[in-house]
Structure formats: C-alpha cells, structure tokens
Design a protein around this ligand. Sequence first.
Ligand SMILES: [Zn+2]
Length: 82
Amino acid sequence: MRLVACRGCGASIMFVKKVDGRNHPMNPASVKLWIRVDDTDVEDDERSAVFQQVSGYQSHLETCPNAADFMQDRDPKKGGKS
Ligand SMILES: [Zn+2]
C-alpha cells in the first residue's frame, strides 16, 4: 500500500477503496478494536454484551486535526455533531 502525506496535517496515510468504490484515507498503523459480537441492543441490555478484540485500521478522518478541510463534499446535515 502506497503511503502519501495527508494534505491536512502531513501525517503518513494510505488511501483504501471502500465497498462503495470511493477512496478513503486510513492511518497505516493497525489498532486493536473491540467489536460487539452479540446481537442484543446496546442500550437495552449492557450486561449480556459480548465483545471480541480484533485488529483493524482507523479512518484518518477520525484522528486528523484538520479533517474538516476535506469533509466539504459531504452533506453538512449528516456530518456534524450539532
Ligand atoms: Zn491529516
């Protein structure tokens, strides 16, 4: 995977293709994530929740301090935390 410099913060990132065909910036270092593997509702029954640790990659948009600079093509009504 070819690494490029993020134009927002200069960090090394890689572009990956998502299932919808669009490219997405990702941090190249894998991280440990806990994913939920039971199918009960999170809010309704916390005590029966079952999680499994997996290795994965994190979207650079979640860690880039300047991510807002390249989120302009997204729908502002869905993107923010207003
Ligand atoms: Zn960045």
